[in-house]
Design a protein around this ligand. Sequence first.
Ligand SMILES: [Fe+2]
Length: 332
Amino acid sequence: MNKHRIMIVEDEAIVSMELRYMVESMGYEVAGTASSGDDAVARANELVPDLILMDILLQGDRDGIDAAEEIRRDKSIPIIYVTAFADDATLQRAKITSPYGYVIKPIQYKELNTAIEIALYKHRADMQMQGHIEKLHKTIEGIINAMAKTVEIRDPYTAGHQRRVARLAKMISEHLGLTQAEVDGVYMASMIHDIGKLSIPSEILSKPGKLSETEFNILKIHPESGFEILKNIEFPWPIAEMVLQHHEKLNGSGYPSGMKGDEMLAGARVMVVSDVVEAMASHRPYRAALGIGRAIEEITQNRGILYDPEVVDACIKLVNTPGFDLNTELDK
Ligand SMILES: [Fe+2]
């Protein structure tokens, strides 16, 4: 088995040597050493060790906790603090960086050895768990894609519509600063927001002229049908609820429930605007594409009435970004 590579961050040369001696006699390899916070960050990126023993009080402006925070930002390397400090304020700061251990000086050989072994084991388990989560996400995405395709096969006029709405909704959500989990949820829900159209007769879906009132009332069932299809699946996001709400309006004039803006999920408010903008910008069986300009006019006129003002502002900002073209941007 390959020896685990451990990096030592310690500003006192004697302690650093003592640590090196201990680590090597435990059977590990010393990947490298650092004595300042900046040095620790640079060397961690360069060496990518299996574990870091991190002193807290270091030379320079950046202490061990700041360095750990920086390293954690783009590398998954377990860190054990090795320090003489155990006051409340230091512990609170250290805790936030999710360390894999905390060893108080003077260093005891056995205690350090146990801390390293546990940290390496726990980190391996965490990585495996992370892998499972990523796989699960991929599986969910695959299922969502398959579901999206089933609607598109039956309703070719909206083929691509859900995908384009999903991409626009994702961009708006990111622009609004929603969390990564919320962005993922909005994207997934938008990908299948019209799944309830599976229960609508295809004559209605592809009718070239304007729908009669009865036909329109039938079409309006699709958010509820979508909810029925999805409600028993335990997604990590409220997908069924967002699908149910994708035709609700801020002032309560939408369907099926006529709920008001603040009762709607934030994700659904993003979906409503994305859906309207994409639908107006593309071709429909009963009319030619109205264009992005007309779509922006619609959401501007009804900003704060039908559509969430923050979502509208974010959408307009995106559309006005130099080089943004709804079709090329969304068809990538
Ligand atoms: Fe819809």
